[in-house]
Design a protein around this ligand. Structure first.
Ligand SMILES: *Cc1c(COP(=O)(O)O)cnc(C)c1O
Length: 355
């Protein structure tokens, strides 16, 4: 059966398995080897690993990529992608995005390594006007933490019309909501740390492509920088990925329900939920200190950064000095997990009322 006909929940479970052979374990082993007997497919542990490859195959299947490369973190994957650009290259990127990406791009810009044109990625006309003469477009949609949504198919098509490379951070939406490679993006990046692994116990990143030449250049970057994944982390993430579609569907349904309830809570002034995904950002009536008290007042929901785990967490985003000043001081970002939605709502309501 061709994998093209299979649905995501089937692909997540069936991809990257060892050959169906008598006596062979159904899960890939954790390959703990730095070196290999000569003249085989893998020679050295920085250039390849059987456990990575299984996870890479599974991510490729979900993103409709021809190949995927695993990295030691999402930021290592992003750094490898930008490393392909020539010195001083003009790049268009959202002015609101993952704080680590924003810090990296600002540093590259300040150093003259890249000429970054920061835009409102949700403003299609502004994006198009800045594409003139650019060589690369970096898209994150929905944005973090404001959850703005870009017209992704339109801006990717406009970039490709101008032969501009497109990289896409698909961590929030995941391939269950959008597959940027099918819209023409060249590279899809994941912080595998988040939904794909899903249990808040590993840090990993990935880059997926449809273009073998681009894949080879990214692989060279990974070998040169040595930003490789650990075999155990890869195995854990693959174990997590088996249930990713189930977890994400549940978390997304919970998030949609909670966003609706937050809309009518008297202690909440604005709710940002793009209609999909499992992140909800909301602004409360009180100040920054009140928002901190809310985050500390729940009993189930943990006051913790990051997102995409089975457990629900929240935090006041501006507690991070790197977070954009355009993000309200009293904005709370809620990463919705897979608990019972009534239990979550009771916890949120109690925390909002207590604080
Ligand atoms: C977490 C995250 C990253 C960075 O990934 P790490 O695995 O933490 O290095 C990049 N983009 C988005 C949207 C993220 O949420």
């Amino acid at each position: 059966m061709s994998s093209e006909n299979l649905h995501p929940e089937t692909l997540a479970i069936s991809s990257g398995r060892p050959a169906h052979q008598a006596g062979v374990g159904i899960n890939v082993p954790i390959s703990l080897n730095s070196t290999f007997v000569a003249n085989g497919p893998i020679n050295y542990g920085r250039t390849g690993n059987e456990t990575w490859q299984s996870l890479e195959q599974a991510i490729s299947a979900l993103e409709e990529a021809s190949a995927t490369l695993l990295f030691s973190s999402g930021m290592a994957a992003i750094t490898a992608a930008f490393s392909l650009l020539p010195h001083g290259a003009p790049v268009v990127a959202s002015h609101e995005g993952y704080s680590g990406t924003m810090a990296l791009l600002k540093r590259y810009h300040a150093e003259g390594r890249l000429e970054v044109r920061f835009v409102d990625i949700t403003n299609t006309q502004e994006v198009i006007s800045q594409l003139q003469g650019a060589v690369f477009l970096w898209v994150e949609s929905p944005t973090n933490p404001g959850l703005g949504v870009a017209e992704v198919e339109v801006i990717i098509a406009e970039a490709k019309k101008r032969s501009i490379g497109v990289g896409f951070d698909n961590t929030f939406a995941t391939p269950l909501n959008q597959k940027p490679l099918t819209f023409g993006a060249d590279i899809v990046m994941h912080s595998v740390t988040k939904y794909l692994a899903g249990h808040s116990d590993v840090i990993l990143g990935s880059l997926s492509t449809k273009d073998p030449a681009l894949h080879a250049r990214l692989q060279d970057a990974r070998v040169s920088y040595g930003s490789i994944a650990g075999p155990f982390e890869s195995w854990l993430a693959l174990r997590g990925l088996r249930t990713f579609p189930l977890r994400y569907a549940k978390a997304q349904a919970n998030a949609a329900a909670l966003a609706k309830k937050l809309e009518s809570h008297s202690a909440v002034t604005h709710v940002r939920y793009p209609g999909f995904g499992a992140i909800v950002s909301f602004v409360i009536t009180g100040d920054a200190a009140a928002a901190e008290r809310v985050c500390d007042s729940a009993s189930l929901i943990m006051n913790a950064t990051s997102l995409g785990g089975v457990e629900t967490t929240w935090e006041r985003r501006r507690r991070w000095p790197l977070e954009s000043a355009s993000v309200p001081e009293n904005l709370i970002r809620l990463s919705v997990g897979c608990e019972n939605v009534d239990d979550l709502w009771a916890d949120i309501d109690t925390a909002l009322t207590k604080a």
